[in-house]
Design a protein around this ligand. Structure first.
Ligand code: PHE
Length: 452
């Protein structure tokens, strides 16, 4: 009786399992894979960090991901109604609603950062990056662009318009189409850059660096970074996976489809790390943190190495695709939420959500120029939004999902719905969902708040 929620609803859904896999992979594969992962692997000891990350993926990322997709697929409802349907509780409904708003808050500043990427893709295309031959001129160029409110706002707006265009099409003719076009293109470009990186003399050293396992080279800070990354990269905790899971047809299998997505996400992280480390080490440069890597180090290298111009266009286009498919997935939960709870049709729901997200993102776009001086405890508006979502709300959302599935709905319901019957797997999922995932997520949360 409790498992029959799916029978009651008739909603737009993904047309096939491939559509679910591509769209969910599109969500998971984002800036964290191409931008953050290569940097942290380079900085924190290569293979040691990768091993840690894979362990945390098994203990936190995979169980949390499965719980969220399962909640959506079982109920076939938007997050708030899904949380309520499984618990019959209005308090849990509020928790579901909170995850939807988390995705919305993320989308507001993610669009700004994605706008910078889109802006740089245009810069690469028109050859503006070709004159950058050292870090100092790359820095001057970067600061010049970031200081221009018209530039940051325009690309924030343009990026959001592209999202609106796809979202207006609905699930099959919008989100699904966007991912069916862009994800194969993404892999094609990544393989092209990967093949190029393989020809570089630095490739062999990078491969052995990534395959090495030196525990002593892993600083304690890296442990918490590997842990946090293992669920941020999978789009856990922001309503996205519950929503996309709810578009998966009831007869589809959650476990196998989810594992394809998780493998694709991990593969992209590893291949991106290989590409970027090979290129940076080949040029004899340092791995820079954050914006420095993408907007200063890489453009400097691209202007020096063979085929650099083409590489710069491909690279920024690659990151742009990753950001677009992730952003669409961050906006969809609130669109789905207001359509189902307020009875709005798709078009007004998309416009209300995306325009609000754009407006909420405007101060983030101005954080590097007009609002540069406006800080709170030394942090800009964009940094505050980033902190509140990634350090507080996303861990809380992920924690809620594993607690709901492991403790409230009941682990035996979940394992049955996941079709897991054989023992080593049964024990693994039982322990991971009920114990390791919640405990480790709380650890990330307490660390982010500097409580531990
Ligand atoms: N998984 C995305 C990433 O790695 C994060 C994200 C998901 C951001 C959904 C926005 C929306 O970048």
């Amino acid at each position: 009786m409790r498992d029959n929620f799916a029978l009651k609803s008739k909603r737009d859904a993904f047309s096939s399992r491939l559509a679910f896999i591509l769209s969910t992979a599109g969500s998971a594969i984002g800036l964290a894979n191409i931008w953050k992962f290569p940097y942290v692997v380079g900085k924190f000891g290569g293979g040691g960090f990768i091993t840690l990350y894979l362990i945390f993926l098994a203990l936190v990322g995979i169980p949390a991901f499965l719980c969220e997709v399962l909640i959506g697929k079982t109920t076939q409802k938007a997050p708030s109604l899904a949380f309520e349907a499984l618990t019959q509780s209005r308090a849990w409904k509020k928790v579901g609603t909170l995850t939807v708003w988390t995705g919305f808050l993320v989308s507001s500043f993610y669009s700004v950062v994605a706008g910078w990427i889109l802006g740089y893709a245009v810069q690469a295309l028109i050859g503006r990056l070709a004159d950058i031959h050292d870090i100092a001129s790359a820095h001057v160029h970067y600061i010049h662009l970031m200081n221009d409110p018209l530039w940051t706002i325009s690309f924030h707006a343009l990026f959001m318009c592209l999202c609106i265009w796809f979202l207006l099409g609905g699930i099959k003719r919008g989100i699904e189409r966007c991912n069916k076009i862009f994800m194969p293109l993404f892999f094609l470009i990544l393989f092209a850059i990967g093949s190029y990186a393989l020809t570089l003399p630095s490739a062999e050293n990078v491969l052995s660096f990534m395959a090495s396992f030196d525990v002593k080279s892993i600083p304690p800070a890296a442990v918490i970074i590997a842990l946090g990354h293992s669920f941020f990269t999978l789009s856990v905790g922001q309503g996205t996976l519950v929503t996309y899971g709810s578009y998966l047809k009831p007869e589809e299998k959650v476990l196998s489809n989810s594992l394809y997505v998780i493998c694709a996400d991990t593969f992209v992280s590893l291949l991106s790390a290989f590409c970027i480390l090979s290129i940076v080490f080949f040029a004899g440069m340092q791995m820079e943190f954050g914006q420095g890597l993408i907007f200063e180090t890489l453009p400097t290298i691209f202007s020096e190495i063979p085929f650099g111009h083409l590489l710069s266009i491909l690279f920024f286009f690659l990151v742009f695709i990753a950001a677009l498919t992730s952003q669409v997935s961050a906006l969809e939960p609130l669109i789905s939420h207001i359509s189902s709870s307020k009875g709005l049709t798709r078009k007004p729901a998309v416009l209300i959500v995306c325009i609000s997200s754009f407006l909420l993102g405007v101060p983030s776009a101005l954080s590097t120029n007009l609002l540069k001086g406006c800080t709170f405890f030394g942090a800009s508006y964009l940094e505050i939004m980033n902190f509140v979502t990634t350090s507080v709300l996303i861990p809380l959302g992920g924690f809620a999902a594993v607690i709901l599935v492991g403790w409230r709905w009941g682990i035996s319901h979940a394992l049955k719905a996941l079709h897991i019957r054989k023992n080593p797997l049964l024990t693994y999922f039982r322990v991971a969902i009920k114990y390791t995932a919640p405990v480790l997520i709380i650890l990330v949360f307490l660390h982010a708040l500097e409580i531990i």
